[in-house]
Design a protein around this ligand. Sequence first.
Ligand SMILES: Cc1cc2nc3c(=O)[nH]c(=O)nc-3n(C[C@H](O)[C@H](O)[C@H](O)COP(=O)(O)OP(=O)(O)OC[C@H]3O[C@@H](n4cnc5c(N)ncnc54)[C@H](O)[C@@H]3O)c2cc1C
Length: 417
Amino acid sequence: MNNINYTTSNNLCLGCGLCSDACPTNSINMKVVNGEYRPIVNSSSCINSKGCHRCSMVCPGVGIALNQIGLKKFGIYDECRHHNLIGFYSKAYSGYALDYETRFHGASGGLLTAFIAFLLDKKFISAAVVAENDLSQPFLNKTILIHNSGDLYKARSSKYCPVTFEGIVKQIKQEQGQVVVVGLPCVMQGFRKFEENDAKLRGKILGYLGLYCSCGRTFNLTEYVFRQKGIDKEKLNYFQYRDEGCLGSLVAKTDKEFREEFQLYYHPLRSFFIPNRCQFCIDHFSELADLSFGDIHYGKYKDDKVGINSLVVRNLKFDSLLRAAVNEGYIHLEALSEEELVGCQASAPKKKGRVGGVLKFARLIGLKVPEYDVPLTNFVYWKSVAYYLFAKTQMFIGRRRYLWWIIPLFMKKEKVD
Ligand SMILES: Cc1cc2nc3c(=O)[nH]c(=O)nc-3n(C[C@H](O)[C@H](O)[C@H](O)COP(=O)(O)OP(=O)(O)OC[C@H]3O[C@@H](n4cnc5c(N)ncnc54)[C@H](O)[C@@H]3O)c2cc1C
């Protein structure tokens, strides 16, 4: 087996940083390389050649048995069913935080922040792993363990940029009580792999709270947007990608204030700044999370201006906790049909459709791709290939600052939901 260099050299790295925590000789450090986190291995202390391979074993970049692990974790519940796009799940809700500020300033409806606040206040957990903007290193963020609900608010809303979990597993293991971990589907996959061979970590996790994800973005997106809007990152004292209602706006504050509707700056730019590995991802709904959270800008929810979430329940222990949070006045929930849940996520069918064709083409041209245990047949091959090549061209431009002048010529003009 290889060490994590196999993942990076084949462009399969997600930048999650879990390899760094898995390394018994502390030989891996995460560094930002052209807008993404990458593991840098100290070959003189790495003991891979002596049979270690711990970094590779936890790496979600090389793929995962989504169906097998989902079935093992969630198939134990009578109500559990399997949906091709959602994975194994029992229930779905729409909802929002009852505290207005949490709801208004959350990415969707502030449900995640409000639910974690409940878990912390009522001592179901001693800490939560969340991501906070790091204004001392503009564009970057810190993944931190929060121990009280007061600190949680600073970490609210979505980070549309890489987030690394380097150092977090070690901190989790030192916690007195149990924790919840918030993250994207790929990070949920990495933690599931990590805990498989690490009983101590497993014992410290109450659950995983996943985010839906159509795909990630590199830090270059943030840099590009700041350049376009003339925002001076050195003077930044407040920043959110999504703030102030649904679907919200970018809000940046220096000695001036900048606002731009989320859909107007974010969606038109999407393919230029996609991390390579996201092109091979098939998990939209965070299928290995105990609960998954996303938007629901769809149907009867479309006119909402404050914020609403959709939510998937896979672990019924968490359904009881959600009900308790409702009873304690932290959150509001309503049952959501499967049709509404899938309907509100236009990108989900592409992941288990188009990506199947992308993987087939990438294999054909000799690229290493992640391995999944999910049958992927629902694609039109030439469309997948055309999409892949078009996106790759945009990504080529997005990675080279001297070509950024081209981007406005190709930006999608329409507003995408
Ligand atoms: C890259 C990305 C892509 C997404 N794609 C979709 C999509 O296609 N469809 C959809 O419906 N929803 C998507 N989401 C999820 C959505 O934007 C919201 O994060 C989710 O609905 C939770 O909203 P909330 O108001 O409950 O969360 P909040 O109450 O605002 O709390 C969000 C929590 O998530 C943590 N967090 C934010 N970003 C990250 C990150 N990158 N890594 C780890 N932790 C993080 C924050 O620290 C905070 O604790 C995406 C999120 C991200 C970051």
